[in-house]
Design a protein around this ligand. Structure first.
Ligand code: C5P
Length: 246
């Protein structure tokens, strides 16, 4: 199933490079080394807590689209306030935790009705978690079952999309329909290190299963030549898009 909004997207629209670095200088150095090969940059907690909205503004001024991965998870009133604060950063995507529950997600969605708000993406099950990790926090369902449950809740609560692993993305696409933005981390080009991720897939397979946007960190940021690593992933995305006709 192919989204209207995904048709005619270029490979660059479907890759976000995770800037998991400790400060603004390291981020800007890394961006330099990316040599303009990508369009989306993901700013997560490590960098945002250090460099804040000032860096997000700088990256936007360089022409990048910003995916602010703050994984908000708190009481509804606090999360709504955080969505309003994040809106001033100028990010295009912002994550909240699906397991925060329907009231929290609805409060976030309502706060994001303001002009220039980011699209809200609900994290389902972290890609670093397997069934044993889920069981350790009291969830006896499989990661796939839990991801589907949280995706349904997120959709019903007004989220624009979900984060899931490549293992669940096909089932989630069937469930939430063509227009949801399905963001997939845990991407590993063949031959690269899995690191702490558990549920991983290659870029081509994640796209073929229905992913909208791939998140890739260490395979790019730890490469000797990050721009070359991006180019290789973009080629793989392009090939997958041609195969599935999107
Ligand atoms: O280095 P690597 O490619 O594993 O980075 C994956 C990125 O995706 C990290 O920034 C991580 O925070 C993020 N992420 C994830 N699993 C989720 C949501 C986001 O790995 N469910």
């Amino acid at each position: 199933m192919k989204s209207h909004s995904e048709q005619n997207l270029s490979p660059k629209d479907r890759l976000a490079v995770a800037l998991d670095v400790p400060d603004a200088k390291a981020a800007l150095d890394l961006v330099d080394r990316l040599e303009g090969t990508c369009r989306w940059l993901k700013v997560g907690m490590e960098l945002y807590y250090a460099a804040g909205n000032a860096l997000v503004h700088d990256l936007r001024n360089l022409g990048y689209s910003i995916f602010l991965d703050l994984k908000l998870h708190d009481i509804p009133n606090t999360v709504a306030g955080a969505v309003r604060s994040a809106t001033t950063a100028g990010a295009e995507l912002l994550t909240v935790h699906g397991c925060g529950g329907g009231a929290m997600l609805r409060a976030a969605a309502q706060a994001a009705e303001a002009p220039r708000s980011p699209k809200l993406i609900a994290v389902t099950v972290l890609t670093s978690m397997d069934a044993a990790e889920l069981a350790s926090v009291g969830v006896s369902d499989t990661p796939a079952e839990q991801a589907l449950r949280l995706a349904r809740l997120a959709k019903a609560s007004g989220m624009n999309g979900m984060v899931c692993s490549a293992e669940e993305v096909y089932a989630l696409r069937q469930e939430v329909g063509p227009d949801a933005t399905l963001v997939v981390p845990g991407i590993r080009p063949s031959g690269s290190s899995v690191d702490d991720q558990r549920r991983v897939a290659t870029p081509g397979s994640a796209i073929a299963q229905g992913a909208s946007l791939l998140v890739v960190g260490r395979p790019i940021t730890r490469a000797a030549e990050p721009a070359t690593a991006v180019d290789a992933i973009l080629r793989e995305i392009q090939a997958a898009c041609e195969t599935i006709g999107s």
